[in-house]
Ligand binder design. Structure first.
Ligand code: FE
Length: 228
């Protein structure tokens, strides 16, 4: 079996949010899909270990925010690589309360859906929650993030993108090694630098300041390994 075939399935990138006992939590999910149109039903697949899973299982309701293509890595990292058991993910984030009471993340969202769980399916490590959509709206007329775009462009594993391409750097390319974050998989590419932390294109990993951290998950330089 060639599991790479699975990588050819298209997905988006979403924040799925819910609540429990007045507390909010949300997480990044790529598995959100519409199942029926009348009534409108959607499904999400959540890992049982995640706090959001606990919240959805308890409250039987959730919201889905469809992230824009230009969503910053740091925002994705906040919802994707941190746990709501450690931080309040909604602090400093724009959200609104939905008709069911669940939080709806507004920042970087092109649209949202709010649903009440009508059924759930146990699939070993995950639960698929099927929800009847009770509210939805479009927030921005911008392209949504696809999972493919996120992996290839956002996480820096793609061919160089034009706006950050610097010809001079390219000639020295062989001396510039890429480093991967062991925690989240983000790749630091010296040719791109890290604009989110004012690291100029052409800065070797070794010359990053000691307090530089992974722009996605916040891991330290020690958590990075050299890659080819
Ligand atoms: Fe990371």
């Amino acid at each position: 079996m060639n599991k790479k075939a699975l990588h050819k399935i298209s997905y988006g990138l979403y924040v799925v949010s819910s609540m429990k006992d007045g507390r909010y939590n949300g997480q990044i999910a790529n598995t959100v899909f519409q199942i029926t149109s009348d009534p409108v039903m959607i499904a999400v697949s959540l890992n049982k270990q995640n706090l959001t899973h606990e919240y959805v299982a308890h409250s039987r309701k959730f919201s889905v925010s469809v992230l824009a293509q230009d969503t910053p890595l740091k925002f994705i990292g906040r919802f994707g690589f941190k746990s709501g058991r450690d931080i309040n993910k909604f602090e400093g984030v724009n959200y609104r309360e939905g008709v069911t009471g669940v939080p709806i993340v507004i920042d970087h969202a092109v649209a949202y859906l709010e649903a009440e769980v009508v059924s759930s399916i146990d699939v070993e490590t995950h639960t698929i929650f099927i929800g009847k959509v009770v509210d939805a709206d479009v927030l921005l007329e911008e392209p949504p993030m696809t999972y493919d775009y996120y992996h290839k462009v956002k996480r820096g594993t793609a061919p160089k993108t034009a706006p950050t391409y610097i010809g001079e750097v390219k000639q020295e390319k062989k001396t510039y090694k890429k480093y991967r974050c062991k925690v989240c998989g983000y790749v630091y590419d010296p040719e791109l630098g890290d604009a989110s932390q004012n690291i100029k294109a052409g800065t070797p990993f070794e010359e990053l300041p000691d307090d530089w951290t992974c722009p996605v998950c916040g891991a330290s330089k020690d958590d990075f390994v050299e890659i080819d």
